[in-house]
Each structure stands twice: as C-alpha cells, then as structure tokens.
Design a protein around this ligand. Structure first.
Ligand SMILES: Nc1ncnc2c1ncn2[C@@H]1O[C@H](COP(=O)(O)OP(=O)(O)O)[C@@H](O)[C@H]1O
Ligand SMILES: CC(=O)N[C@@H](CCC(=O)OP(=O)(O)O)C(=O)O
Length: 307
C-alpha cells in the first residue's frame, strides 16, 4: 500500500513538471554555479545530474561557474594573499596565474567530468577560447563625502565584459553539448582578465537572449540584516540596501548582474540556494520555486510558486 502511494506521488511529480517542460523546451537557461555552492561531492554530483536531466528533456543549460573559495584555497597553499575590493579579487600577475589554473583547470574540468560521467556531453571553455569573452580592465573607484573627486583603486587584472561572441556557445548547443564556462576574458592585446563569474553569467544570458538566469549560491536568496528572505524590491530599494550595507561582498555583483540581465531581455533572474540538492530541478520543473526572483519590475521572494 505504502509503495502504491509512493508511486502515485512520483507520477504526480512527473505530471507537475509537464507545463514547465513545455514552457522551457528549446530555451536557454544560464546557470551560474557559485564556488560556495560546491560544498561537497554529493552536492556537485546532484548539480551535474540536474544539468544532464535538463539537457535530456530538451532544455539548453549553459553553465558558468565560479570558484572563489577554491582560488582562495590554492593561493593559501602557495602562501599568496587573497584580498577583495568591493567584492572583486585584487589580481596581480601571480594571482592571475592561479586564477587560470584553478578556474580554467581544476574547477572547470571537475564540472565537465561530473556531467560527462552522469551521461551528459560537456565541453569546458574559458572566454579565451575563440576569444569569445572580450574584456577590459574594470575601473574601481572609491569616494567618501569629504572627497571632491573619487579615487581610482588599482585592483590589477580584474575585468568586465566588453562583448560576448555567442557563436561558439551556440555551436556547442546545436551539437548537443553542454557548455561549461570559466569566467576568464581577454582583450585585443591578448591580456587575460579575471572576471567575477556572476558578471559573466549575466552578460552571457543577455547575449544568448536566455529565458532565465539562475544564480546558485550559499544563501536562500537575498537576505535582510535579520536573515529574512527579501521580497518585492525595486531597483531603487536594492540601491538603498547596498548603501546601508545590507547587500555587500559577493552579493553585490550577483544582484547587479541580475538587474542588468532582466533589464536587457532576460525574462527572469533568480538567486537560489545551491546547497539544496537538485535546487535546479526544484526551481525549473516543480511548483516549489525557491529563492529571490528578479524581474524587470521588482525583486521578490518565490516560495511555493515557480518563477
Ligand atoms: N543581503 C545579502 N543576502 C545574502 N547574502 C549576502 C547578502 N549580502 C552579502 N551576502 C554574501 O554574499 C555571499 C554570496 O556570494 P559569494 O560568496 O560570491 O558566493 P558565490 O560563490 O555563490 O558567488 C553570501 O554567502 C553572503 O556572505
Ligand atoms: C574578479 C573576481 O573576484 N573574480 C572571481 C572569479 C571567481 C568567482 O566569481 O567565483 P564565485 O562565483 O565562486 O564567487 C575570484 O577571483 O574569486
């Protein structure tokens, strides 16, 4: 009897997925997999299986990964310092070497292998491949009320995305591969740039005209100072939360790229908890959407409904 109920529950879950499968069939979903959401092997495996499942049912996932904690760990092993300014890693040339080793090598190939060993066909690239992510040096400034002009802070080889050539990603998608992208860009002179992975995911989602941008991180979503999930915010309210320090560090580029993406043609952006096993499937294919939804009009909390 118990078994019968279980089977019925499973069938219900599958039928519940039908409208979402129909809605997302053939659509591109850009998934940013944050280094903080890669907590353990089981979570990484469940992420890879979710990505493979999405591809198998006709959705086009494009993975952009981070790896901030993994870079930090390697810098530590090499006795090099990790320093951040406004959420961006200060990147001198030795740090850039480590960033390329860890993001383009270790992390990228681990995700590729996990997807492949779970039946998918992933290809890992950085923005230097085919020079598809053109970058320029990110200008960071700082101004206190006492200062008349902002001071420029040199944070080294940190880049922002200047343009994205989508042809290599589209070629992979059309050949049924799953692109797995490390956030490294290059300029005309061949200089490499360390780019925050949220910014790459946002710009790529815009360039690909993606249906959704999903940012998987290690919090439930955008939180207030009391740890409550935030709801119903517009861009101005978000700016106020940045000014009063509620949004800081790694959440800054996340919320900014999400707002930019939905302002530039991506239907919705969501910040979701990547520590929940199969968070991707829960968000996309069930009624149990979780996290903070960002649309053109406002930022809201999704719970019990799919954004
Ligand atoms: N208002 C906020 N709500 C949730 N997290 C926040 C907020 N402000 C700052 N953060 C920080 O942002 C972090 C997520 O960004 P980050 O560390 O870069 O993760 P990821 O590796 O997933 O990109 C959270 O762990 C938290 O420390
Ligand atoms: C400029 C800059 O800060 N780049 C990031 C790139 C990795 C990243 O963004 O990783 P997460 O998504 O895990 O935070 C860094 O060096 O940590």
């Amino acid at each position: 009897m118990t078994e019968k109920v279980n089977f019925q529950d499973r069938a219900l879950v599958l039928t519940e997925a039908l409208p979402y499968l129909q809605q997302y069939a053939g659509k591109t979903i850009v998934v940013k997999y944050g280094g903080n959401a890669m907590e353990n092997d089981e979570l990484k495996r469940s992420f890879a299986r979710s990505v493979v499942l999405l591809k198998a049912v006709g959705i086009n996932p494009v993975v952009v990964h981070g790896g901030g904690p993994q870079i930090g760990e390697m810098l530590n092993r090499l006795n090099l310092e990790s320093r951040f300014v406004q959420g961006m890693r200060v990147t001198d040339s030795s740090t850039m070497d480590v960033v390329q080793m860890v993001l383009g090598g270790l992390v990228n190939k681990e995700i590729v292998s996990l997807i492949n060993s779970n039946g998918g066909r992933a290809v890992g690239i950085t923005g230097k491949d085919g020079r598809f992510i053109r970058a320029k040096r990110l200008k960071v400034t700082h101004k206190t009320p006492e200062m008349t002009v902002p001071e420029i802070i040199d944070i080294g080889q940190v880049g922002e995305v200047e343009s994205v050539d989508t042809s290599i990603v589209e070629m992979l998608q059309h050949s049924d591969f799953i692109p797995v992208i490390a956030p490294i860009g290059v300029d005309d002179a061949g200089v490499s740039y360390n780019i925050n992975a949220d910014l790459v995911a946002g710009k790529l989602a815009e360039a690909l005209k993606a249906e959704k941008l999903l940012l998987l991180t290690n919090t439930q979503g955008l939180l207030s100072k009391d740890g409550e999930l935030l709801t119903g915010l517009n861009a101005e309210q978000v700016q106020a939360l940045i000014n009063d320090g509620t949004i800081y560090g790694g959440m800054l580029p996340k919320i900014q790229c999400a707002l930019s993406a939905v302002g530039n043609g991506v239907n919705t952006a969501l910040i979701i908890d990547g520590r929940v096993p199969h968070a991707l499937l829960l968000e996309l294919l069930t009624d149990q959407g979780v996290g903070t939804l960002i649309t053109g009009e406002h930022v809201e909390t999704v719970s019990g409904c799919n954004g």
